[in-house]
Design a protein around this ligand. Structure first.
Ligand SMILES: NC(=O)c1ccc[n+]([C@@H]2O[C@H](COP(=O)([O-])OP(=O)(O)OC[C@H]3O[C@@H](n4cnc5c(N)ncnc54)[C@H](O)[C@@H]3O)[C@@H](O)[C@H]2O)c1
Length: 258
């Protein structure tokens, strides 16, 4: 393989995808296994993770389902241990799990306090816990790439779901600070901000009129699908991005010119 190709190659890489059993995460898990990676699918929903892993049985890579609640510290430790026990290392973590499609779009002052707290617990504390769970192994290896999924709506200040968007703004801060703290250990941390994406869960939970509008204002005026995000995730996991850390890569068809 030429050096140009090696830099993008993910064959044999051990990657944890949180929320990897359904929605966009399922597409990340699938494409990574197709690219030859060994993928640990960590989703709250056991059946979804197991079904996704089973469907990848014939892929060039491998897949393992580990039911995980990212907001539970012990569960995130078990998730990381499962990857190390099976494959001996952890090369990548895609922090994709989040509370989004299940949240009602409503004015900010109507958000129940308990719902606000749960969103922070999953979307922010969960990300912190997952980063912490893989840190020891990545530090030992002196290598690793963490990809944190935020949202383009933070760049726009899109109304409704204030708790969700606030948590996703926090992801950008978490990425920047963590990138500086773990750079000396050889670990990279970056953020992707997806535009509104037609994941199966997003489609099921949204008003069709709202979804029909989403292409408007994009330089590339068409709906965004989960596969539009895969290249950015794979690039940030691969050695092709070896000198990129603490950055935000916006993938929205050119709606926000970040
Ligand atoms: N779809 C979009 O338009 C869009 C846009 C911007 C950002 N995002 C982000 O991309 C990611 C995936 O989006 P999606 O459309 O697939 O969303 P989704 O809500 O359908 O999927 C989230 C996934 O996370 C899992 N999950 C939820 N709580 C969990 C927990 N406590 N522990 C482990 N797993 C848990 C769910 O089971 C699901 O598989 C989310 O972080 C979302 O915020 C999505």
């Amino acid at each position: 393989m030429t050096m140009a190709k090696t830099r993008f190659d993910l064959t044999g890489r051990v990657v944890i995808v949180t929320g990897g059993g359904s929605g966009i995460g399922k597409v990340y898990s699938t494409r990574l296994a197709e690219a030859g990676a060994r993928v640990l699918i960590a989703d709250l929903k056991r059946e979804d993770s197991e079904r996704t892993a089973a469907a990848l049985a014939g892929a060039p890579g491998e897949a393992l389902a580990v039911a995980t609640d990212v907001s539970d510290e012990a569960a995130t430790m078990r998730m990381a241990e499962a990857a190390v026990n099976k494959w001996g290392r952890i090369d990548g973590l895609v922090n994709n799990a989040g509370l989004m499609s299940t949240l009602t779009r409503r004015p900010w002052h109507e958000i129940p306090v308990a719902e606000w707290d749960r969103v922070m617990e999953v979307n922010l504390r969960g990300m912190f816990l997952c980063c912490r769970a893989v840190y020891g192994q990545m530090k030992k290896q002196r290598s690793g790439s963490i990809v944190n999924i935020s949202s383009q709506s933070v760049l726009e200040g899109t109304p409704k779901r204030l708790h969700y968007r606030t948590s996703k703004a926090g992801v950008i801060g978490l990425t920047r600070v963590l990138a500086r703290e773990v750079g000396a250990d050889g670990i990279r941390v970056n953020t992707i901000t997806p535009g509104l994406t037609l994941s199966d869960t997003q489609v099921a939970s949204s008003d069709p009129a709202h979804l029909a509008d989403t292409a408007k204002g994009r330089a590339l005026e068409r709906p965004q699908v989960p596969d539009d995000l895969v290249g950015a995730v794979m690039f940030l996991l691969s050695d092709a991005s070896a000198f990129i850390t603490g950055q935000l890569l916006n993938v929205d068809g050119g709606k926000s010119m970040h």
